[in-house]
Design a protein around this ligand. Structure first.
Ligand code: HEM
Length: 331
């Protein structure tokens, strides 16, 4: 139906316009039926020999058919028409189409990637040499402003600081104690030895008050000594220690150095040569409650672990330590 209508429209257009508008031709190109290939058809054969269509084709239509039918034998040619006979000048779209198709078939395969593709643009091309970059002229140093707002700095003798003389600024390093490396402040001189044990530590003042322990008195040596079966407490069994007893065992005059810590009494005497802070520091806690001094210096140290084998007993009051004579006193 559409084809019949279009053919009718083209015939009318030839009557009125001598040639159809180009939009009609495009329409016809889209809706034209597929060409029937007649192998026996020769281009020179007259169109009258062909089977008559249902609708009487115009001259143009006939030429189109002829062109399409001969596409298998070569490029179709426009059938020449005699304009003197009053015939409409003919043109064929089929000739263009068939020639285009043939040309496309004969074309070499498209190059990949495409010539104007991004792949080709990014890929290094060994044949196409990049032109050398244009030489950039070196930048000239910035020109000094003709009239500077800031006046040039003037060098006054008063602005110059005197260079340190060798006696003032540059000191010859000494071999003596360095600053801030002296003994721990507010600690006072070390207490007397008391004659209990020989001094095993050597005083080497440093910022933390540590001392150089004598050989065989390292923390590891102390740990080994604690693991041994030696009686480090110095008592046959745990005692009830009164404040008077604690005060009496202060490490002097041949007596052991006891110190209390949270209600428990320890014998510091065997630990004296192992104390990293020195014997003198440790003796300051002898004969009294040493918790406050201890926590001031090294709260991170575990007292119980360090002196577990040196436990003497527990602190009791004088009342609690008095032996009971009668059952009434015990109540
Ligand atoms: C009574 C039980 C005590 C034990 C078990 C003990 C243990 C220790 C230990 C393990 C260290 C080495 C800490 C470290 O390397 O971090 C140390 C260092 C030291 N201790 Fe003691 N100490 C005791 C009491 C005292 C007391 C009563 C004083 C002072 C009054 C003292 C003063 C020092 C000092 C000055 C150091 C060196 C500085 C430092 O390591 O922080 N210690 N002590």
């Amino acid at each position: 139906m559409l084809v019949a209508f279009s053919l009718l429209a083209i015939s009318l257009s030839f009557l009125f316009f001598k040639r159809p508008p180009s939009t009609w031709l495009a329409y016809l190109r889209q809706n034209a039926p597929p060409p029937t290939i007649d192998t026996e058809h020769k281009p020179s054969q007259p169109t009258a020999n062909r089977e008559a269509p249902a609708v009487e084709p115009s001259d143009n239509q006939t030429s189109r058919r002829a062109s399409r039918g001969s596409s298998s034998e070569g490029t179709p040619k426009v059938a020449p028409k005699d304009s003197a006979n009053g015939a409409v000048p003919t043109f064929t779209l089929a000739a263009h189409e068939s020639s285009d198709e043939d040309d496309e078939d004969n074309l070499p395969p498209p190059s990949f990637p495409a010539l104007n593709s991004a792949q080709r643009a990014s890929a290094p091309s060994p044949t196409i040499a990049m032109p050398p970059p244009p030489k950039v002229a070196p930048m000239a140093p910035p020109a000094r402003p003709a009239s500077s707002l800031m006046p040039p700095p003037t060098l006054k003798a008063s602005n110059l600081r005197a260079l340190p003389t060798p006696t003032q600024g540059l000191r010859v390093p000494t071999t003596g104690p360095l600053p801030n490396r002296g003994p721990v402040p507010n600690r006072g001189p070390p207490a007397s030895n008391g004659g209990l044990m020989p001094t095993a530590t050597v005083k080497t003042p440093n910022s933390r008050g540590k001392v150089l322990l004598s050989p065989g008195h390292s923390p590891l040596d102390w740990a080994n000594l604690q693991r041994s079966e030696k009686n480090l407490a110095g008592v046959p069994s745990l005692l009830r220690v009164t404040p008077a007893m604690l005060k009496e065992n202060n490490g002097r005059k041949g007596k052991p150095a006891w110190s209390s810590y949270e209600g428990k009494v320890y014998n510091l005497t065997p630990y004296l040569p192992f104390h990293p802070g020195g014997e003198g520091e440790l003796r300051r806690a002898a004969g009294k409650d040493g918790r406050k001094l201890f926590m001031e210096v090294h709260p991170w140290v575990n007292w119980d672990n360090m002196l577990g084998e040196c436990l003497v007993g527990i602190m009791v009051t004088e009342e609690q330590a008095r032996p009971t004579s009668t059952l009434e006193d015990m109540d």
